[in-house]
Design a protein around this ligand. Structure first.
Ligand SMILES: [Zn+2]
Length: 190
């Protein structure tokens, strides 16, 4: 049976794990956890999905065993069902993170193990949501470092490359246009 948390997100997606361990909430915590995952889905994940399209969840809820296995801290918001690590194929992580920062209510937004690009080469957006008390804290941790800095990067290497490519395309179009004008003028001279 599929337990749906929002239009496009299911409990199965938000309890996914690559540890091979059964990652279901225990019977005692099931209702509390699914309520939190539902709030995270409705208030954050679904809104990202509606704006950018199909969104990948690397990890969201972690039960005690999974959390230990991945070396998560005991008070991790993943453990509570309040956090998800996500990325959107084809959309730059920084673009998505900036949109979340500007448009959504959240507790913590972390650009984690950031290497640029959309997340297919690594890196993800950790985002959490709490009922009632959201801090709106924004942090960045570049890949290969262990330090978190406040806020999001001001630019992205990949985004810069995309801009240069777009501008090169425009220049080529301008050059082609100039060429056509020259040909026209030379013809006119004859
Ligand atoms: Zn996370």
């Amino acid at each position: 049976m599929t337990t749906r948390l929002s239009k496009n997100f299911t409990l199965a997606e938000l309890t996914v794990t690559n540890t091979g361990i059964n990652n279901q909430p225990s019977f005692q915590e099931y209702d509390v956890i699914t309520d939190r995952l539902r709030r995270l889905s409705v208030n954050v994940l679904q809104k990202v999905r509606d704006r950018f399209g199909p969104t990948k969840v690397n990890s969201a809820f972690r039960n005690e065993e999974v959390n230990k296995k991945v070396g998560g801290v005991a008070n991790s918001q993943h453990r509570l069902g309040e956090a998800a690590d996500i990325w959107v194929p084809g959309h730059n992580l920084l673009t998505v993170a900036r949109w979340i920062e500007k448009n959504l209510n959240f507790d913590q937004l972390i650009l984690e193990n950031y290497v640029g690009g959309d997340g297919s080469r690594g890196g993800w957006i950790h985002v959490s949501y709490r009922q009632g008390k959201n801090r709106r804290q924004v942090l960045t941790k570049p890949k290969g470092t262990s330090s978190f800095s406040k806020g999001l990067p001001t630019s992205d290497a990949d985004a810069a490359v995309e801009t240069i490519e777009a501008n090169t395309g425009k220049l080529a179009a301008v050059a082609a246009g100039l060429g056509a004008v020259l040909v026209y003028m030379m013809r006119k001279r004859k």
